[in-house]
Every structure is written in C-alpha cells, then in structure tokens.
Unconditional design. Structure first.
Length: 256
C-alpha cells in the first residue's frame, strides 16, 4: 500500500540526530511521500537541508505558522519569496490559533489574509492550522472566496457540519485526519464517518499527536498506516481503499 503523510515535521528538534532514520522507517512502512509543514525562518534552513537529502520523498511547504506571528509578522512573510523557487507544494502551515492567548489576534488575522493572497498568486494550495478561532477563520475565508482557493484543514478536529461549512465556501477543500482520531471517545471519529473518503487526507503532525497504541511516545510518519487502518474501520472499508483514495487525494491537491 502507498501512503502520503500530508503534514509532518521530520526536521523538528525532537528528531535531532535521527532524522534520516525516521524518514527511512516511514518509507519502509509504505509512506513514500512526507510533506514538511513550514513554521518560520528559524527552522526553514533545517527543513530544506533534510528535504534535499531525501528528494522526492520529502516535499516542503512554505508559510508563517500562526504561533510565530508577532508585531514583525510582515518581515516573516516577505522572507518566503526567497524560497519560492525551491519547490513548495503548499503555502502552510498558516492560519489562526488563539489557544495560548490573543495578544497578536489582529496580526494573526492579517498575516493569514496576506498568505491566502500569496497562495492564490503562487497558484498553490493552503495547509491551514486552526485552533480556537473558528468564527474568525470562516469570516476571513468568506471574504477571500474571490481568490478561488484550495487546500485542507490540517489536524481536523471539527464536526461534519464544520466540514460542510468549509465546502460551502467553494473551491477544492479537504480535511487532514491524524492520530487524534484513534483516541478513545474522540469526537472527530464521528465526523470521519460522515465525511466522504474522497475529501480526507491522512497526516501524522509528527512529532506530535501520536496515534494509539503509541500514544505518549514521540510520533513519526511510520505510524501513518495505523491512522489509515483506524479510518478504514470507521468507514467500513479496507485499509487498501483508504490508502488508495487518500493518496490520490493528496496527489491531486498538492500536484505531486
């Protein structure tokens, strides 16, 4: 079976000294493509160095993570242009996150708008991080329908109605399902039952959100088939069908 991890951080400091081993272990597990979500300039050199060691397997994104937005956010976005020629498959991870506070709420919203416009200008999909900011997210997205965007909500934890609300924006939208779906009583599991498989992407968000039975350990892309198998149970289909459909979805959205 062929799998694609549509959101991971193999370059994260949690993997320091064993990055290549982590990538190779995932490939042996059938995860032949692993999309690397960008955070900010502090980690970008490390991300691209790893991508260049694993051409075709690791594919980069470019973006300013909402948790990295501060008063100097525009400089962080302007810095993306220098990396544009180095093969990004998406603008991400971008979005809104008020979980740890709202000091830079206005800056996050403006940075999000600017990066949505950047994705439209570059003709790339967006990989969106959304936490505790649903209404502001949908307000901004409604304002940006003229951009004819496409992309996915990474680490999706919403309801089936949230998914339908996303679809009503127009464009080509998916949800990224990760290890949380395997947690006991996870609400997103009920949503997955009602979301069409052809709108689902799989991801690990490694080193975070490790799926059962490895919960509590450091996550890695090699665990993606565990998430796929759990989604297969929820949908009442085979793991092979989940692998084939979600892989096709990823290839179509990210043009890989």
């Amino acid at each position: 079976m062929e799998w694609i991890d549509t959101h991971t951080h193999a370059y994260d400091e949690a993997f320091a000294g064993c990055e290549d081993e982590i990538v190779a272990r995932a490939v042996r597990a059938g995860v032949g493509v692993q999309l690397q979500a960008d955070v900010d300039a502090r980690e970008r050199d490390r991300m691209y160095a790893l991508v260049e060691r694993h051409p075709g397997v690791l594919r980069p994104m470019l973006g300013l993570y909402p948790g990295s937005v501060d008063r100097d956010w525009r400089r962080g976005i302007d810095a993306l242009e220098a990396w544009r020629s180095r093969g990004p498959v998406a603008v991400g991870e971008i979005g809104l996150d008020y979980h740890y506070g709202t000091e830079f709420k206005a800056e996050q919203q403006e940075a999000f708008r600017v990066q949505l416009e950047l994705a439209a200008a570059w003709d790339l999909p967006v990989n969106i991080h959304l936490r505790d900011a649903t209404e502001d997210f949908f307000r901004i997205m409604a304002d940006c329908t003229r951009l004819h965007l496409r992309g996915n909500l990474h680490a999706f934890s919403g309801s089936a109605e949230t998914f339908r609300r996303l679809q009503r924006l127009g464009g080509d939208w998916y949800v990224g399902i990760g290890g949380v779906v395997t947690f006991k009583n996870a609400a997103v599991a009920q949503a997955v039952k009602r979301i069409p498989l052809d709108r689902i992407l799989l991801e690990t968000d490694a080193p975070y959100l490790t799926p059962v039975p490895h919960r509590g350990e450091r996550n890695e892309s090699a665990y993606l088939p565990l998430i796929g198998a759990f989604v297969a149970q929820l949908k009442g289909v085979s793991p092979e069908e989940v692998a084939a459909t979600t892989t096709a979805n990823a290839k179509r959205l990210f043009a890989i």
